[in-house]
Design a protein around this ligand. Structure first.
Ligand code: ADP
Ligand code: ZN
Length: 723
């Protein structure tokens, strides 16, 4: 037997199958889709078995497989085929496409550190029972007759010596069983009677032939409830479901709703789990012990063999695209590919759909489903846009008068407030008010950010840090700006203006410790705090009945990012966060503070006017030849020697331009962040309607630069942003 193995080294030159002889004793365990340990050069590394040849001739000087790593197949036939398609669509190494499908615990290096946990289980054997036993033994037997099996922990209350005796007599069997780290408990009362609108949507999905849907439903229209009903339908048919949620809205609240309804039928995969927990969740899926997976981007690869439906919530979120590492895949595209293979529907839901999907829906390529109203006729919150240019005289700290007044009003009424500090972009750098000096990272082309807890300035790209100065290093004046606007700064202001208010902060710092995210949400829900202040984290997925005011302190930061999607992102962020207000009986209000009140991405949020936003933005995209009218491909050329890198980038562009006359090529231009960790990048942007010979040409470029150590090439099709 010969095994074709793809080794776990992400390098173009080894991104192909290598053959190994399979020793006789390994033949029965070695299957397509398991990992094996093989010698490679002077190392021993892991690889995936992609081919098996049952041949007698083992003449060639092949080396031997050392051992088989998995008992279970980790890559099903479907996933193996999917990986090959991903490679074609992203031009990333095949091995990276497989690695991204598996939990980190399974990756070669981490594998050894994560272990399976076991517990001891007792159950009755087949030995015929006598009529009675000594009372302490009888108690145990009675308990087990009812429970069938019980763990050591459950039996703690019984006599240990009697337990031992029963095991000794062979009446009880003592076994080791795997114990999962996560458990989910069902709660019956959680099922809601759907409204007519909701019923119509559910019915359409479960009775039509499988297809792709856009569920366009305003915030609080009951989309999540609809998802659960559809999933329940397929569950009863013995089929499984995948629910994708952006990491940021994969809140404990969301998981709780699914757990209450489906109990231990769910597995949840999110960044709050450690590697061991993720590994357990994944094993429960592989073994067919769960039917529903709820998770962020990579959960789209959940190895189910009988999918009933795939749900993609908050479809517009750019977190579905893997931008920062290879492969640059888009979970929304993978969902469609898997939907086709499984003949199941894919439901994309959003209150602010991406232009791409709305454009497809209006052409009828995707079926449009709508939930235009909030549950039970509740109205969407009233939004006031506050022009901060006008307010200047009245502002206190970062608070306009209308926002101050409404916060006070809510505090008086014992209602709750959510405040968003929009941290997208570069809002918290330190500048000198006298000479304009800005602290910048010496390695990266980016401003340093002030961190109060350590009193340092830090680079968010490379981690560089330096101490804080009191005077400007350039003009020596003591006029450094108030060290940026961070959530901590706003928290201090709140304490000053509303001394009695109980303020809870939710940002990267306060949620980095495990379990903190849950704790914050729970204590806010229980009313232990009046104001929840946070970054983008507070904008999505949260459902608090007592929140009747949402304030956006600075709507503009995300608007100023030099990216063609910045208007779209701003509009959807504002609409999402506004949607946190007034979700229950009490009416909700929203205050949006901005220096650009007339910008359509801001003014149109006043009436939650997505349709007008869509029209306006589509006009602009058409004029500027951006998606969804054109496809984009972003080629980043990187290197430490700026002028050499630029020359190579120029060569690439010129040769592409010659071969792709029908496409629009831009650049090479310096990246939004030109230098990261002393590596410079240049962008070449390609705009096109049909890919023609683009893929083979780019493949050639990649091959050509494979052995060039001075320049690296990173290709991203349909980039979520160009920075
Ligand atoms: P969305 O996902 O569209 O923001 P949700 O599914 O979170 O909306 O619903 C908003 C709120 O309305 C939630 O508190 C939810 O429990 C409640 N809800 C949803 N559907 C119903 C229903 N049919 N009857 C009563 N309450 C509902
Ligand atoms: Zn840096």
């Amino acid at each position: 037997m010969i095994a074709g193995v793809l080794v776990e080294i992400s390098h173009k030159n080894v991104d192909r199958i290598f053959e190994y002889k399979v020793p006789k004793e390994l033949e029965k365990d070695l299957k397509i889709g398991v990992r094996v340990l093989v010698p490679f050069g002077r190392q021993t590394i892991e690889g995936f078995v992609l081919e098996i040849k049952n041949t007698k001739e083992t003449d060639k000087e092949l080396r031997e497989v050392l051992s088989v790593v998995d008992q279970e197949v980790v890559l099903t036939d479907e996933l193996l085929a999917l990986g090959k398609e991903m490679k074609e669509k992203t031009l990333a190494p095949l091995i990276s496409c497989y690695q991204v499908m598996l939990p980190k615990a399974l990756k070669a290096k981490a594998g050894s550190s994560v272990s399976i946990r076991y517990e001891t289980i007792y159950r009755l054997s087949n030995v015929p029972l006598e009529d009675s036993y000594p009372s302490k033994q009888q108690e145990i037997l009675d308990y087990l007759k009812e429970k069938v099996s019980a763990s050591k922990k459950e039996l703690e209350g019984f006599s240990p010596s009697s337990l031992k005796t029963l095991v000794g007599k062979g009446i009880l069997l003592e076994e080791k069983k795997e114990k999962y780290r996560m458990t989910y408990q069902k709660r019956e009362a959680s099922i809601k009677t759907l409204t007519d609108d909701q019923k119509t949507v559910v019915k359409k999905v479960i009775t039509s032939t499988p297809q792709n849907y856009l569920l366009y439903g305003v915030t609080g229209s009951g989309k999540t409830e609809v998802y659960m009903e559809i999933i329940d339908y397929y569950l009863k048919q013995g089929k499984s479901s995948i629910v994708l949620v952006p990491e940021i809205s994969l809140t404990p609240q969301m998981i709780q709703r699914f757990q209450e309804r489906f109990g231990d039928k769910i597995a949840a995969i999110h960044s709050g789990l450690n590697d061991g927990e993720k590994y357990d969740e994944w094993r429960r899926i592989v073994r067919g012990e769960v039917s529903i997976v709820i998770g962020a981007r990579s959960a789209v690869f959940a190895p189910f063999s009988n999918l009933g439906v795939i749900i993609v919530d908050e479809e517009h979120s750019d977190s579905y695209k893997q931008s920062d590492s290879l492969p640059h895949y888009d979970a929304r595209e993978i969902a469609k590919m898997r939907g086709e293979k499984h003949h199941c529907s894919v439901v994309f839901g959003s209150a602010t759909p991406s232009l791409e999907i709305m454009a497809r829906a209006s052409k009828g390529v995707v079926s449009l489903l709508e939930l235009p109203h909030r549950i039970n006729g509740k109205s969407l919150p009233v939004v006031d846009i506050v022009d901060m240019n006008q307010e200047m005289k009245h502002v206190r700290g970062h608070f306009s008068k209308p926002l101050m007044d409404l916060i006070q009003d809510r505090l008086d009424k014992k209602e709750q407030v959510i405040l968003l500090l929009n941290r997208r972009g570069y809002s918290s750098f330190v500048t000198c008010k006298n000479c304009g000096f800005t602290f910048k990272c010496p390695n990266c082309d980016i401003s340093l950010t002030y961190h109060k807890s350590s009193n340092t300035l830090r680079c968010h790209y490379c981690g560089y840090g330096e101490k804080v100065y009191t005077e400007c290093p350039k003009c020596k004046e003591k006029s450094l700006s108030n060290l940026g606007v961070g959530t901590q700064k706003i928290e201090e202001e709140l304490q000053k203006y509303f001394p009695s208010a109980r303020v809870l902060r939710m940002d990267y710092d306060t949620t980095s410790r495990k379990g903190m995210h849950e704790e914050i949400i729970q204590s806010f829900k229980e009313g232990k705090y009046d104001i929840l202040l946070g970054t983008q984290m507070v904008a999505k997925g949260l459902d608090f009945a007592n929140v009747t005011l949402v304030g956006v302190l600075n709507a503009d930061t995300s608007l100023n990012i030099p990216d063609f999607r910045s208007s779209e992102k701003t509009f959807s962020l504002l609409d999402q966060v506004a949607g946190r207000s007034g979700r229950s009986e009490k009416e909700g209000r929203v205050i949006i503070q901005t220096f650009n009140p007339d910008h359509y991405a801001i003014s149109l949020t006043k009436h939650h006017d997505y349709p007008s936003f869509y029209q306006k933005e589509m006009d602009i995209r058409r004029r500027l030849k951006y998606p969804p009218y054109f496809y984009l491909c972003d080629i980043k050329v990187k290197g430490k020697d700026a002028s050499y890198t630029f020359q190579e980038a120029l060569k690439i562009k010129n040769s592409l331009e010659k071969n792709l006359p029908q496409m629009i090529l831009l650049g090479p231009s310096t990246a939004g962040v030109f230098k990261v960790n002393n590596v410079y990048s240049y962008h070449i942007i390609i705009k096109y309607k049909q890919d023609g010979s683009l893929y083979p040409l780019l493949s050639k470029v990649l091959n050509h630069y494979q052995s060039n150590v001075k320049v690296g090439i990173d290709i991203d099709f349909n980039p979520s942003q160009i920075l």
